[in-house]
Design a protein around this ligand. Structure first.
Ligand code: TYM
Length: 381
């Protein structure tokens, strides 16, 4: 089997070697061009490493969003999380990028917690568990420093009244044959899962509906969520809304060789609630681009291109290009061996976790401040 045949990227499953250019072609999105990147940096007033390193790499209608913005028409941001377990470092990528967009463009964020999706799509997950993870994952989101004035967390099960009417209007426009083609459903799919797919479109339209003003929406996420936006864009104009735009990132890889960080394989991922010691153990066992012996590595250098440790620097821990270039040079030149390099990353991960976990503690009794229940008042006005 070739790598091409093995790649599977759906909103519920990512496996095989991910060919990001091929996904752009298959999903029908666009690569973020150098020109578009520079345009964002100019408007934002600063660069962002995820964009400059092409880790945020694909989009739909981003140029259109910027055109509107420059003409004074503000957009809202929309992103989310399927709370089926603890949050890992990969999930934080689109959230941190969203926070940057929110601050630089001074926009409102709608954040959807799809506890219904996870309940319906995960065979052994109970309602109690999805409620628990909705809370726990919201705490992770808040620990990143979002502010309630501009951030609305939608708990699908608790806030369905805000979304139901838009949801049924979306659902009426999507046939089962479309759902089957886009999401790959077969006859064993429960009917709740089929309905759910309509609900993920709703937050993109919610602002327009509540305030009665057609408002552009930009969705930051990893590329796996794109099928949802294809359907949302298909129905948007028929319902009187703008098509949602999106900006999509690549996956933070797992600590093992190849593949993405996966919640179903605890050793492949660093979770925000791992103890620093546990996280250090995972890092020290990570797959690297090292040679078979220290002598060989000193003579020939390592290979950061396939090294999960280097990818963690690149995606998460070394936003400064100078730091990244320095470690890359040392690796390729055989100046640093994998053991030492892992120690450096382990220290960074420990420090991050200590800070994040302290921020989680502070966020724990602030969850209600961010609740989308506040929108009920606006809806009634
Ligand atoms: P979920 O919980 O699978 O993932 C949450 C967000 O993280 C992205 N993501 C990753 N990014 C980088 N590296 C990884 N290894 C990685 N794994 C996941 C996902 O693309 C997502 O952006 N159905 C959604 C919840 C949702 C949503 C949305 C997401 C509802 N509305 C709008 C984005 C935008 C889900 O289960 O995401």
């Amino acid at each position: 089997m070739t790598d091409e045949e093995e790649m599977v990227v759906t909103p519920w499953e990512v496996r095989g070697k991910v060919d990001y250019d091929r996904l752009i072609k298959e999903f029908g999105t666009q690569k973020i061009s150098e020109e578009l990147k520079q345009r964002i940096f100019k408007i934002a007033g600063e660069e962002h490493f995820l964009l400059s390193r092409d880790l945020v790499y694909s989009h739909r209608d981003l140029d259109w969003i910027l055109d509107k913005y420059e003409r004074g028409e503000k957009f809202v941001l929309y992103t989310g999380r399927g709370p089926s377990g603890p949050v890992h470092l990969g999930h934080l990528i689109p959230w941190r990028f969203t926070k940057w967009l929110q601050e630089r463009f001074d926009t409102r964020l709608y954040f959807q917690m799809t506890n219904d999706e996870k309940f319906l799509f995960t065979p052994d997950l109970s309602i109690e568990e999805v409620h628990k993870y909705t809370y726990e994952n919201t705490v992770d989101l808040l620990a990143l420093g979002f502010e309630p004035e501009n951030t609305y967390v939608i708990d699908d099960i608790k806030h369905i009244d805000l979304m139901y009417e838009i949801g049924i209007r979306v659902a009426k426009k999507v046939t089962f044959s479309t759902a089957r083609a886009v999401y790959g459903f077969d006859n064993s799919m429960n009917i709740g899962g089929i309905w759910y797919t309509a609900l993920q479109a709703v937050p993109a339209f919610l602002h327009s509906e509540i305030y009665g003003v057609k408002t552009p929406c930009l969705i930051p996420c990893a590329i796996d969520q794109d099928p949802y936006w294809r359907v949302a864009r298909d129905v948007a104009e028929k319902l009187g809304y703008y098509k949602p735009a999106s900006i999509q990132n690549k996956f933070v890889p797992g600590l093992a060789e190849g593949g993405k960080m996966s919640a179903s394989d605890p050793n492949s991922a660093i979770f925000t609630i791992d103890t620093p010691k546990e996280a250090r153990r995972k890092v020290m066992n990570a797959f690297t681009g090292g040679r078979t012996s220290a002598k060989e590595q000193r003579d020939l250098g390592g290979n950061p291109d396939i090294c999960s440790v280097f990818l963690y620097y690149k995606f998460v821990f070394m936003p400064d290009d100078k730091d990244l270039a320095k470690i890359e040079r040392k690796c390729r030149g055989g100046e640093i061996l994998c053991g030492e390099c892992k120690q450096i990353l382990a220290g960074m991960v420990e420090e991050f976790l200590e800070k994040h976990q302290a921020a989680r503690e502070e966020a724990k009794d602030r969850v209600d401040e961010f609740s989308a229940a506040r929108l009920r008042d606006d809806l009634r006005r």
